[in-house]
Design a protein around this ligand. Sequence first.
Ligand code: ATP
Ligand code: MG
Length: 426
Amino acid sequence: MSQRIQSIRGMHDVLPAENALWHTLERVAQEVFAAYGYEQIRVPIMEHTGLFERGVGDTTDIVEKELYTFEDRGGERMSLRPEGTASVVRAGVQHGLLHNATQRLWYVGPMFRYERPQKGRQRQFHQFGVETFGQTGPDVDVEQIALSARLFARLGIRGLRLEINTLGTPAERQIYRDALHAYFSNHFDALDADSQRRLDRNPLRILDSKNPDLAALIAGAPTLTDYLGEESAAHFQGLCDGIKALGIEYTVNPRLVRGLDYYTRTVFEWLTDDLGAQNAVCSGGRFDGLVEQLGGSATPATGFAMGVERVVALMAAQGVAIDDVGPHAYLVHQGDTATGRVTAVAEGLRDALPWLRLRVHAGGGSFKSQFKKADRSGARLALVFGDDEAAADTIQIKPLTDDREQEVVARDDAPTRIAALLSHTD
Ligand code: ATP
Ligand code: MG
């Protein structure tokens, strides 16, 4: 036997048993996006590497160490996307969507980062994201926080914490950067190698360090709040007031800087205590400079991205109610006449009941062994079509998940009866 090929490290299959969770999240997310008037945009999973270097920032972890980059057959440098925002902005500029218009967009899809795989951290993972373009006010930042809160509530997820912060404008951040640089330079020997390297390139990134040995030093660093101008302070106040008015609880975390370079003013994160170290399930903020940086005309923007695998893990951990996506009914059949006609019978049921999830037994075998498969399928009804039923033009319906009686119905009446037994009202 030749050696089996395995999936790439950090890139996972989502098997059928797990997909009810994914399906529930996808359905609820789409309903919630629609409820706020957001429209879907689909962008390619590969882009010119330069898009991410310019759009994500070449001193970020993502671009410095996590990008999947290669030359295609024509010698062009391209990368699998590590996040969605740069592509959405690129598409918005390219197609002229952002001129004098407010756009509310959402996307979903796989993202790729060459990270150290561990629980909650894959090399291929998925994100849902939303972006609003064309509005400067904190009201759209608040709207997106409300949207994410509603999404979690609709999913039945509990116990998330919302942290918010402001990063000010680039000018304010420059002054703050100098202050941070001075502070950390005074403690250079206490920094780890990563942070020492970041000191000159991007000292803000030191605040994002996950090294517990640096926690005390970071806690003592100056905060950006002390360097905010009037407008940024007012924007942040508007954000806090707006969230409070909706009754959403939050804490201000002055150390929340986020891993991407493009943020301005608002940043926020939804955190959980139920998933171990990888505790961020949704992260976002405002990025007023990015559209211009990518060649568009200056356009304010704000958005967030949510880690699908982490939200799914949280749904599983908390045992939230999920959509039933398994078969409603399992059709067993035996005998030459019956088996010759069963496909037509099944198609007739699907014509009459387009919502019905019907699995037809394949592979023959005794009724007994077929019923075992029907039970195992999780279906609520077994439909029985043998030669007797074929001759009488009937179907037997046998409830599998409660003790209601088995019944025989004329084939013409079967759809109505099946719908009633499944109490489906479409
Ligand atoms: P982290 O600090 O966990 O690395 P990040 O700041 O890199 O997160 P973002 O780039 O803001 O994360 O991505 C938004 C969300 O996507 C995160 O909050 C998280 O839920 C999810 N996410 C990010 N990277 C991964 C990954 N490698 N595997 C699974 N989910 C991820
Ligand atoms: Mg990261």
